[in-house]
Design a protein around this ligand. Sequence first.
Ligand SMILES: Cc1cc2nc3c(=O)[nH]c(=O)nc-3n(C[C@H](O)[C@H](O)[C@H](O)COP(=O)(O)OP(=O)(O)OC[C@H]3O[C@@H](n4cnc5c(N)ncnc54)[C@H](O)[C@@H]3O)c2cc1C
Length: 157
Amino acid sequence: MHADLVTRTFAGAGWEVPTVLDAMHLADDVFLDTAGQVRMPRWSSGRVALVGDAAYAPSFLTGQGSSVALVGAYVLADALATHGDHTAAFAAYERRLRPFVDMNQALVDHGAATLFPTSAQALEQRNAGLRGLTSVPPSAPRPAHTALVLPEATWGS
Ligand SMILES: Cc1cc2nc3c(=O)[nH]c(=O)nc-3n(C[C@H](O)[C@H](O)[C@H](O)COP(=O)(O)OP(=O)(O)OC[C@H]3O[C@@H](n4cnc5c(N)ncnc54)[C@H](O)[C@@H]3O)c2cc1C
């Protein structure tokens, strides 16, 4: 069923695509899944707080999931170290981090995912960008990547 869906979607795509589609029908382990985001109305309840994908997975389409998860864990640790009360800490964690998460999740809104351009022009732009890549990370990061300045660590020493 998955193979039929892919075959229908890419029918007439040309190039090497028909060969790939034929080979796919010989495989017994074709796997498809959706790429989704997690958008929770709140990230804590009682003494439990969520971090990373469980709270705000941005999907691999943004390329930001690990970064957002690490930043989230850092901000939560800072909030717990700063506020004596976990309820206040969880509120501070969410207040500080949510705008950063929203910006990074929005990187894929309106088909803006760099990995999967939705027009010929966007495809050409992406390919030109990859061909011209001289350094990692790029010299001009996207604003969402640097939208949060982390506090100095006040714990652990
Ligand atoms: C195909 C793909 C490509 C990606 N590419 C990128 C990329 O280029 N850059 C980037 O920044 N991010 C990328 N990501 C996203 C990134 O992997 C995630 O956002 C990140 O791993 C989230 O970290 P996490 O700790 O929140 O969750 P996870 O890494 O999912 O960790 C959760 C852990 O909990 C464990 N677990 C689950 N249930 C239980 C249980 N009941 N008991 C005990 N343990 C449990 C799981 O086994 C897992 O080890 C990609 C993701 C995918 C799927």
